[in-house]
Design a protein around this ligand. Sequence first.
Ligand code: MLT
Length: 261
Amino acid sequence: MRLDWNGQPVQVREFGHGPAIVLVHGYPLDGAMWSGVARALSAHFRVLKPDLPGRGENPTTPDGRIGGYADFIEAIFSQLPPPAGLAGFSMGGYVSLALMKRDPASVRALALVDTRAGADDEAGKAGREAAIASVRSGGAAAIAEEMIAKLLAPGSAQNASLVERLKRIILRQKPETLESDLAAMRDRLDSTDSLARIAIPTIVLAGEHDVISPPAECQAMAAAIPGARFVSIPAAGHLTPMERPGAVAAVLSEFFTPVLA
Ligand code: MLT
């Protein structure tokens, strides 16, 4: 898909045919984090894996707001025939929850992957400030090792080719884009109260060993959304779509198939 965003052309990578599913990536990443999942889902769906502003095939300037990223995802949905599904990973989940508050008619089913409804507490905000200072002085390299350790379960961290792919994605991110992501996450609003108003089929996934969005928190989020189901992904940390792409694609396919039919 090609779309004009803030006066600039943006290419959104897509694969396959069928009902559309938009996969929203997390920090400090880009749409490539969804490659394995997208490949598997594309057997039955039209899968779109956009790059949020400031990275990959999206050269537009990020504005440091989760709401700004949600505007971009909403623009993609405005070009898709309904019914379409949305899956947001971590920061992409924050974006998805912000979009859900607008009650978008075109989003018919929602997957929240290793993400949280709560806002940052004071310690969390201080952590964002420290990370902003690091990327200003040292770029993506300054946060790569620490992030890789947090994103992967200990078992996945032994997988050299996975670590290599992840490192490549992180190291190609621009400091100003990472700063935008960090500011957006630091300032994001609490979405807990809005969970009860999500009125579309929803599934929540979390890696068994996720230390960024702990499974207990993801399970509580699922319990607060009417009718939502929680699924634990075994042998994975935070980055389930890259650690266990086959397992994540299988859960998403089973969930989206009946609701987008
Ligand atoms: C992400 O995976 O998108 C981020 O690590 C989430 C966060 O830091 O809150």
